[in-house]
Design a protein around this ligand. Structure first.
Ligand SMILES: *[C@@H]1O[C@H](CO)[C@@H](O)[C@H](O)[C@H]1NC(C)=O
Ligand SMILES: *[C@@H]1O[C@H](CO)[C@@H](O)[C@H](O)[C@H]1NC(C)=O
Ligand SMILES: CC(=O)N[C@H]1CO[C@H](CO)[C@@H](O)[C@@H]1O
Length: 327
């Protein structure tokens, strides 16, 4: 009892001693969306939820944002406007509560690319209802962040705008008025193409009555920006790929977050990561932070795996980047 109290005090004082250079330092928790195409699939076989012990270890490293990947097809198996699967919702809720009770943010992230059962979502009214139903479950938790959808791509730009607006309207209609919402763009929501793809010109017009939109962009550092190679183009590529989007945020008085970023275990990538994170820190007026891709129980020897304590990125990258978030 006494030891517990001392431990709690020690934790509280070390948390107070931390200075954040960026509001959010986070990680993608990935696994509940695995088994894509096998729906509903079986828990523990086709998909998996996240390990509380590893969440604690990330928090001890200074992380305060967890982007929880999951599949819409498992949450509402019948239709966008249909009933929840109570167990999948139960697991999602349990994870959100665990994270937010520790004082960290939990990002609810349908990992669906603007699609439902592989078809592009065109029913914007149904999408609004989906979000209204989901947000109603979390409306009293201010540490929840709603991500409208992971990486829209190869879609009509007006549809991407309309789906984002429908999600915002649905969340607010649920009475969730305090939470941040992160719209994502077409073209895999890339930061480097945010302006050139037309996302900027289109999504600048999204309206949120609560004024709590944080534009979510993703950025990888390999040649095609896909995050499928261990090599990075140069030591300055991260920073370079952020410049146009940063200017867009400033010009339009918006704020953003890098919802996914990563690089491989090599000195070129590590320097590129450090330069890019330093640039985010210099522009913390418009950037809220960044979330590493990825952790989760099933990544094994994946090149960007940050799962404690065996992941390559946990061992090699995290110690070299965390000081850009917290000191
Ligand atoms: C999590 O999912 C499993 C498998 O469907 C289920 O047995 C369990 O009851 C769920 N947990 C909650 C809290 O709903
Ligand atoms: C990282 O790369 C170095 C250099 O290639 C290698 O020696 C080391 O084993 C790698 N670390 C991990 C955890 O893979
Ligand atoms: C860059 C990257 O690793 N993206 C992966 C994100 O996760 C989905 C499934 O969870 C993979 O299909 C992508 O390759």
């Amino acid at each position: 009892m006494r030891f517990q109290l001392l431990a709690t005090l020690a934790l509280a004082s070390s948390a107070l001693a931390q200075t954040r250079k960026l509001k959010w330092f986070g990680i993608n928790e990935s696994g509940a969306e695995f088994g894509e195409g096998t729906y509903p699939g079986t828990y523990g076989k086709h998909y998996i939820w996240y390990d509380y012990n590893t969440i604690d270890q990330f928090i001890a490293q200074g992380m305060n944002m967890f982007r929880l990947n999951f599949a819409m097809e498992r949450l509402t198996p019948n239709s966008l406007t249909g009933a929840f699967d109570q167990y999948y919702l139960g697991n999602l809720t349990e994870q959100v509560n665990y994270i937010t009770k520790k004082g960290a943010y939990a990002m609810i992230q349908p990992h669906n690319y603007g699609r439902f059962y592989s078809n592009i979502i065109t029913d914007t009214a149904g999408f609004k209802t989906w979000w209204q139903n989901v947000a109603a479950k979390f409306k009293d938790n201010e540490l929840v962040v709603f991500d409208t959808n992971n990486e829209y791509h190869d879609m009509d730009q007006t549809l991407v705008f309309n789906l984002n607006q429908a999600a915002i309207d649905g969340v607010r209609a649920a009475g969730a008025t305090k939470q941040y919402i992160t719209p994502e763009g077409n073209s895999w929501s890339g930061a480097w193409t945010w302006v050139s793809s037309g996302n900027g010109a289109s999504l600048v017009n999204l309206k949120d009555p609560q004024n709590k939109l944080v534009y979510q962009m993703h950025q990888y550092l390999d040649t095609d920006g896909s995050g499928t190679h261990a090599e990075c183009v140069s030591t300055t590529i991260f920073k370079e790929r952020l410049q146009a989007a940063t200017q867009w945020l400033k010009d339009n008085k918006k704020v953003g977050v890098i919802g996914e970023f990563a690089g491989g275990n090599n000195t070129q990538c590590i320097t590129a990561l450090q330069n890019g994170l330093s640039y985010l820190g210099q522009n913390s007026d418009v950037w809220y932070g960044a979330l590493w891709w990825a952790a989760g129980p099933w990544w094994a020897d994946y090149m960007y795996n940050m799962e404690p304590t065996s992941g390559t990125a946990w061992k090699v990258v995290l110690p070299k980047i965390k000081s850009y978030f917290v000191s």
